[in-house]
Write a protein that binds this ligand. Structure first.
Ligand SMILES: [Zn+2]
Length: 142
């Protein structure tokens, strides 16, 4: 029981800690890496996609030599792939993290809520398997 109170307290603290970062849009995004960052990376990736599109267009119009086209395109593509990977790694707290925490606190306050051992999310009352990841729930008895 006291463990549950501790967890709830911790989550409430988390909400207050994360709130300024979640609501102050772009504050974290000013950094290249770090939790919630990557705004600039996303912009760079979009610019790259535009550049690739433009390059394709120029190539079709005959403005770019095939060798140049292939070399430039593969360079753009590998940079785009690299950016995608970095963006995923530094995505940090998703935009919906606040809602999710509050949702989980509400679920935990309810009696007999089972927290999934597989993904740590609260599951609906009486569920035998986690709707998120399909793990069999320990608290369920036939
Ligand atoms: Zn799960």
């Amino acid at each position: 029981m006291s463990v549950a109170v501790c967890i709830v307290t911790f989550m409430v603290v988390c909400v207050f800690v994360f709130r300024p970062f979640v609501t102050a849009k772009g504050r974290i995004g000013e950094r290249d890496a770090g939790p919630g960052g990557g705004t600039r990376l996303v912009e760079e990736r979009e610019a790259l996609v535009d550049a690739i599109r433009e390059l394709d267009f120029d190539y079709r119009m005959g403005k770019v030599e095939e060798d140049d086209y292939r070399a430039t395109r593969s360079r753009y593509e590998s940079r785009a792939v690299e950016l995608m990977r970095v963006i995923e790694e530094t995505a940090g707290p998703a935009p919906g993290i606040e809602d999710r925490i509050e949702e989980e606190i509400a679920a935990m306050r309810k009696k007999d809520t089972v927290i999934c051992a597989g993904c740590g999310r609260a599951t609906p009352e009486g569920a035998r398997f986690c709707p998120q990841c399909g793990t069999a729930l320990a608290g369920s008895h036939p």
